[in-house]
Design a binder for this molecule. Structure first.
Ligand SMILES: Cc1cc2nc3c(=O)[nH]c(=O)nc-3n(C[C@H](O)[C@H](O)[C@H](O)COP(=O)(O)OP(=O)(O)OC[C@H]3O[C@@H](n4cnc5c(N)ncnc54)[C@H](O)[C@@H]3O)c2cc1C
Length: 417
């Protein structure tokens, strides 16, 4: 079958990979000249399989007023007149129950564990892929005793779902990650997950592109899809500059762009952009920088070593589709880095700044699977976990399109909420 994958981010490319392996003729379509030019470009580098609990959780609503009042808070909301934004917020609030959050965590863990196995298989199958992939282990730091207690409670729940994690004292954190020595006094403890991995999402995407091209997958770059239309025979077709893109099936993997593409078909998917920021610090040969993947839980900032660079990422701003960076958010991220890893920030002149839009759903679950149109499929809404969940989501989708869903994944289809 001929399949057009709309979107050349990590989700579209991974979808193309599994569809090509299943023997389909695939064409990847994107409005940019390069793959992974949007959200998959500067992501945090975390393959964070055990940390998938959604932002919408029972504790969030009580924290929100404090977050919204502070300029440097990890989450920020700029109200607009957009009903899309308000509806998203309403659904987010409704998802902030313990029951919903636990169900989402359970589903996402199942998808992320499948993704981990598939990513490791992909790394074995594709030895030419070079993307700073490392089993780095992840240390989540907590600043106070109350936060540490909450983390231990969650750990019990996560353990019941198959996560293997250890509770560490502040001294044990520093012993494991010596780059934290300067801030020992400000750490209450941490949770260590040995099995977590880190890698560069952009390099992964570029590497997949090379593999896909070598296997006959075609790319139509610099092609903006203007609309999806209902054609004769009940088919959906993609149209660009007055031209119809030839395909039997269409997969929408357009990240934050999906909502606007799907709306004219009457498909109202709750995917809305959550703007985030990253900084990439070049590291000299003697840099005192973390080797482990580190998360500062209170500030929701993640640190990942990518070869000779340190990627720092964080902030979640609900303020529409603009990619315009807010200098105060970047300054806050720099200040966080200086607070935790002063030696890295000291050489900060060369840090590269980046802004991206997480394609977020209110519950935190992606939307993967069929639509009411029989040749139109979705692989969207991966929020803060697109790199982590890319391989599982893509294999899940390919299995469904092939009519042979993987029995270990088939119960996981995630439909528009
Ligand atoms: C600051 C930050 C840190 C992050 N850190 C992590 C992390 O550590 N780990 C993790 O797992 N995830 C992380 N994420 C999330 C992850 O980056 C995203 O979930 C993922 O990149 C989404 O991939 P995507 O392919 O869906 O979207 P994108 O990468 O945005 O790709 C969508 C593509 O669709 C194309 N497109 C859209 N509309 C059209 C159209 N009409 N016509 C043609 N082309 C179109 C776009 O040009 C784009 O190339 C982070 C995100 C941010 C912002």
């Amino acid at each position: 079958m001929q399949i057009a994958v709309l979107g050349a981010g990590v989700i579209g490319l991974a979808s193309a990979y599994y569809l090509n392996r299943a023997g389909h003729q695939v064409i990847v379509v994107d409005q940019h000249g390069e793959v992974a030019a949007e959200t998959s470009f500067g992501a945090g580098g975390q393959l964070s399989y055990s940390y998938v609990a959604p932002l919408a959780g029972p504790g969030v609503l009580t924290k929100l007023p404090a977050w919204l009042a502070r300029r440097d808070s990890p989450v920020r909301f700029r109200p607009s007149v957009s009903t899309e934004q308000w509806l998203w917020c309403l659904k987010f609030v409704l998802a902030c129950t313990r029951r919903r959050s636990n169900l989402t965590t359970r589903d996402l863990l199942a998808l992320s564990f499948a993704s981990r196995a598939l990513m490791q298989q992909l790394v074995r199958d594709e030895p030419t892929l070079d993307f700073d992939f490392r089993r780095s282990g992840k240390l989540v730091l907590h600043r106070d005793v109350a936060a540490m207690r909450g983390a231990i409670d969650l750990l019990d729940f996560q353990r019941s779902l198959g996560c293997e994690q250890e509770v560490l004292s502040a001294d044990e954190c520093v012993a494991l990650e010596p780059a934290l020595a300067d801030v020992r006094a400000r750490i209450a403890g941490g949770i260590y997950t040995r099995s977590e991995e880190t890698a560069d999402c952009h390099r992964f995407s570029k590497g997949l592109e090379v593999i896909l091209r070598s296997r006959g997958v075609r790319f139509s770059m610099n092609t903006h899809v203007d609309s999806l239309e209902f054609a004769q025979g009940g088919h959906i077709v993609a149209r660009s500059s007055g031209r119809t893109l030839d395909a039997d099936h269409v997969v929408v993997a357009a990240g934050a762009g999906a909502t606007r593409l799907l709306r004219p078909l009457g498909l109202h998917v709750p995917v809305y952009p959550l703007k985030g920021y990253s900084l990439t610090y070049p590291l000299g040969p003697h840099a005192i920088a973390p080797a482990l993947s580190v998360t500062d839980y209170a500030h929701k900032v993640v640190y990942a070593r990518l070869g000779d660079r340190l990627r720092v990422a964080g902030m979640a701003d609900l303020d529409g589709y603009s990619l315009k960076p807010d200098p105060s958010r970047l300054a806050a991220l720099r200040a966080e880095t200086a607070g935790l890893f002063p030696q890295v920030a000291a050489g900060d002149a060369g840090a590269t700044e980046w802004t991206g839009l997480r394609p977020a759903t209110p519950r935190g679950t992606p939307i993967i699977g069929p639509t009411r149109y029989r040749n139109l499929w979705l692989n969207i809404g991966h929020g803060a976990l697109g790199f982590t969940l890319a391989s599982g989501s893509a294999a899940l989708l390919a299995g469904w399109i092939n009519g042979r869903p993987d029995p270990s994944l088939s119960h996981l289809f995630m439909h528009a909420q």
